[in-house]
Write a protein that binds this ligand. Structure first.
Ligand code: PGA
Length: 247
């Protein structure tokens, strides 16, 4: 069985004034809560300080993207070894906002995930369909294809995390139905099993898209949902911790 991961994604939000939220989340995350991990992914400017604030607690800190190369002439980019150097343990790759705003294809995402693994970070590989793709009845086909194309070649499956985030559910309040999430996560698990065999059972598959304290318990109870990737509701410690409690 896959472990459960409750992960926050702060996106382009947060300055020094937000560090007390990290401290409050770290104080509320209990190492005794067996099999449930907590992670907050923060902007690069906060990584070092967030990692310091979470040090010695069960809260883990992650980044929101990384470059596919370890170093070089890529002005403004941040590499996986730089992220690891801050004390962070995870990095999101392939978020739909990165795919849309920065043209990151699944091929690039697979290279970013490989770079993360190389640096000792856990990549959280994001995939999801648009509203038009769902309306056309092609969501399962689109997302399973995206998954296969975004997986780094030759990776150890025990080091991967997948996040299914329907684009139309992100930041909209339009959470996917439990039935749709169940259908998609079952298909994703099957695709991972085709790729990795029995080891696929241990890969956490998170759901993301308007998860909040009110709907988290229902989503997290779905068989192949192993946690959440939470945007808006991760910015306030009380909301994030309520979702963590539901897990
Ligand atoms: P949301 O964002 O929870 O605000 O919908 C989720 C995400 O984009 O990871």
């Amino acid at each position: 069985m896959a472990r459960t991961l409750v992960a926050g994604n702060w996106k382009m939000n947060g300055t020094s004034a937000s560090l007390p939220e990290i401290e409050a989340i770290a104080a509320g995350v209990t190492p005794e809560k067996e099999g449930v991990e907590a992670l907050i992914c923060v902007p690069a400017t906060l990584l070092t300080r967030a990692a310091a604030a979470a040090k010695g607690t069960a809260l883990m800190i992650g980044a929101e993207t990384c470059h596919a190369r370890g170093s070089g002439a890529h002005t403004g980019d941040i590499s996986a070894p730089m992220i690891a150097d801050t004390g962070a343990s995870h990095v999101i790759v392939g978020h739909s906002e990165r795919r849309a705003d920065h043209g990151e294809s699944s091929e690039i995402v697979a290279a970013q995930a490989a770079a993360a693994l190389e640096a000792g970070l856990t990549p959280i590989i994001c995939i999801g369909e648009t509203a038009a793709e769902r309306d056309s009845g092609k969501a399962i086909e689109v997302v399973t294809t995206m998954l296969s194309a975004s997986l780094p070649a030759g990776a150890d499956p025990s080091l991967l995390v997948i996040a299914y985030e329907p684009v139309w559910a992100i930041g909209t309040g339009n959470v996917a139905t439990v039935e749709a999430v169940d259908e998609m996560h079952t298909a994703l698990r099957a695709r991972l099993t085709d790729t990795y065999g029995a080891a696929a059972a241990g890969i956490p598959i998170l759901y993301g898209g308007s998860m909040n304290p009110g709907n988290a318990a229902g989503l997290l109870a779905v068989r192949d949902v192993n946690g959440g990737l939470i945007g808006g509701a991760s910015l306030k410690a009380a909301d994030f911790l309520a979702i963590y409690a539901a897990a």
